[in-house]
Design a protein around this ligand. Sequence first.
Ligand code: PMP
Length: 398
Amino acid sequence: MSLWKNIDPAPPDAILGLTEAFKKDRNPNKVNLGVGIYKADNGRTPVLESVREAERRILDAGEEKTYLPITGSEAYGEAVRGLLFGENAGAMSERAVTAHAPGGTGALRLGADLLQRFRSASTVWVSDPTWANHHGIFAAAGFEIQSYPYYDRENSRLDFDAMLAALKDVPANDIVLLHVCCHNPTGEDLSPEQWEALAAAACEKGWIPFLDFAYQGFAEGLEADRRGVRAMAEAGPDCLIAGSFSKNFGLYCERAGSLTLTAHTADDAATAESHLKKTARVLYSNPPAHGARIVTTILDDPTLAAQWKEELAGMRRRIHAMRRQLADGLRSRDVPLECDHFERQQGMFSFSGLNGEQVDFLRDEKSIYIVRSGRINVSGLTADNIDYVCESIAEAVK
Ligand code: PMP
């Protein structure tokens, strides 16, 4: 008898399933605004020149392909902390340890499993809404999941007062997941003052911040984007930071992520690291090397690092430009949608305000693929498709 005979198939992943449907679509005008991958104006995801050069050097060096240490190489950990904390991070960096994890997703799961070693079935608080996989990852690790208010759908804006009020009621030792920048899916970020208020609430209430930092450099720049990390690390609660180089180095398939833990003392950090090793060992044993070697090669070479920063700034500028063009294109067609938020929001994603029916119309009639919540990947817009998309949205909402 087959093991699978009486088992229903699992539904396709809501976002990756959309890409499958997009690939099958034969309409030459089709547009994919679904999955969160950066696209250049030619509609392709670039391999950065700094990455190509680093790969040439790695190939020439001909390093062995033996296992990496469980938490990855020391050089990678240092490079990660350099980007997370910035210059003058001194003490902050000394009280922190980093594990190289398989992507930001792997980092989140590693952190979730690590926390479960000490607190069975505790609760994690996520923003409403949040990246759908947050629910899946923390549920798989045995957490109960609760939501805190984040987005005011009626007025298309962040509702910080409601967020802070809810987080002031979170019990000590619960986990609070926060998006550091480029909130996925809404694109609404916190101001420096709001981060200060959250850090104070974490200290006062004793909840544990788990920072998801998948888009450093995609909002305002490497320095400005790290302010949430700095605010938390300076205020003092021990926190977990999941990093990813999928987006800012364009290394999606290389799975170069990181989990950094900050602690009160270097000794505490060493204890935390010992448990991090135990946790990673049973999940994937040790991390994949190539992507991390690329990142380390770039960040350790001032010329390559400068080139990468310029390429990253180019991606950021293009996202901002497409946001402006989308807002202008919809305004000029008198579309009855609030458009200012397209320009205000940060990162690749915008909550468009389109409802499920309108999203279905755009997919079925126009071959424009958008996540059903109305989340748009703005970088999927190009000079070639922007008019078609604006025209089609105008038709969908009329
Ligand atoms: N967190 C958020 C908010 C994300 O949007 C993503 C990627 N979509 C990740 C984490 C995971 O990134 P990675 O591809 O590196 O696993």
